[in-house]
Design a protein around this ligand. Structure first.
Ligand code: AMP
Length: 304
């Protein structure tokens, strides 16, 4: 079923303990769309500026089921740009800079042909923009949002307003603590449910993720791997795999604890490929058969 995403298309500069990448394609919408496109067609709604090069745009061509009709090109503006540095413990990163660029302007409007979208993912961007997008899709089956520290810091009221209108929230453990004041992930998840969503997924980097759902709690490990070149985009790819799987299994109830848990396993597997390279390099050569093979291996690994 039709899946739509709004979020950032970013120009990233990344430093890890073993290397750096300058001005490469990134952004929450980008990683999400690429990851989800292995399972279902994805429509994107995002804006870029005049510094978005043909080299950046070419990366999208590697994902033929990503529809770029909702890409809003603004030659006089600057693309969102982000710089990050990972510490020796690659679970920890610091933001070096965030240049909002087009995010400070009016948000992009989804094309009319996108109106029938049933699955909506609000990847990381300003919560006001996320909320505005939702209004275009009254017939949605499932709406899930992501958020991060910057938005909890500077747009907390808008984020809380957004939470009253979405079915699910995905965020990392540090962000869950910032949002709820609770250091315990289950307790933080329950507090998020009190704010509106039916489920919350709290990500813990290489330690996996926890689902807090109205019907109970579930946990999924990260795919165990020693190939970690650049963790950037792991969270967005996790969400892309998750939503892609939910949107492609139309017969099942996409809101049940069991379906979400299965989809989280798919998200973990896709994220494990993303981190094997800088930017979207690994995803551009990835085949669906490789995902399915690793998913089977993962199922064996988590069997108890
Ligand atoms: P992740 O590693 O999954 O958290 O996502 C990293 C991506 O998010 C990078 O490619 C950045 O361009 C993008 N990003 C960083 N900060 C923000 C922000 N405040 N809002 C939206 N996207 C962001």
């Amino acid at each position: 079923m039709s899946l739509i995403v709004t979020g950032t298309i970013g120009i990233d500069t990344i430093h890890t303990p073993t290397g750096s990448a300058e001005s490469v394609l990134g952004g929450s919408c980008t990683y999400f769309a690429a990851a989800a496109s292995f399972f279902t067609p994805v429509r994107i709604v995002a804006a870029v500026g005049g510094d978005f090069t043909t080299e950046h745009e070419k990366v999208f061509a590697a994902f033929p089921t990503v529809c770029c009709q909702g890409l809003d090109r603004r030659p006089q503006s600057k693309t969102f740009a982000w710089g990050g540095r990972y510490l020796d413990d690659m679970n920890q990163r610091e933001t070096l800079y965030t240049h909002l660029g087009v995010l400070e302007e009016a948000p992009p409007i989804p094309p009319e042909v996108y109106r029938d979208s049933r699955f909506v993912f609000l990847a990381n961007t300003h919560p006001g923009v996320q909320r505005g997008l939702l209004e275009h899709f009254p017939a949605r089956t499932l709406a899930v949002a992501d958020t991060m520290n910057l938005w909890i810091d500077i747009a907390s009221d808008e984020l809380k307003a957004l939470l009253t209108s979405v079915d699910g929230l995905v965020l990392n453990d540090e962000e869950a603590r910032m949002l709820t004041g609770s250091r315990n992930n289950i307790d933080a998840g329950r507090r998020i449910l009190d704010m509106g969503p039916r489920f919350a997924i709290i990500k813990k980097g290489e330690h996996g993720s926890i689902l807090v759902h109205r019907d109970g709690v579930a946990a999924i490990p990260a795919y165990p791997t020693d190939v970690v070149i650049d963790p950037t985009g792991a969270g967005d790819s996790f969400a892309g795999g998750l939503m892609g799987r939910l949107a492609s299994t139309t017969a099942a109830d996409p809101l049940s604890l069991e379906e979400i848990q299965k989809a989280m396993a798919v998200g973990s597997v896709v994220a494990s490929f993303t981190i094997e390279s800088f930017s979207l390099e690994r995803l551009t050569t990835l085949q669906r058969a490789e995902i399915d093979g690793r998913a089977q291996e993962f199922a064996r690994m988590v069997r108890v």
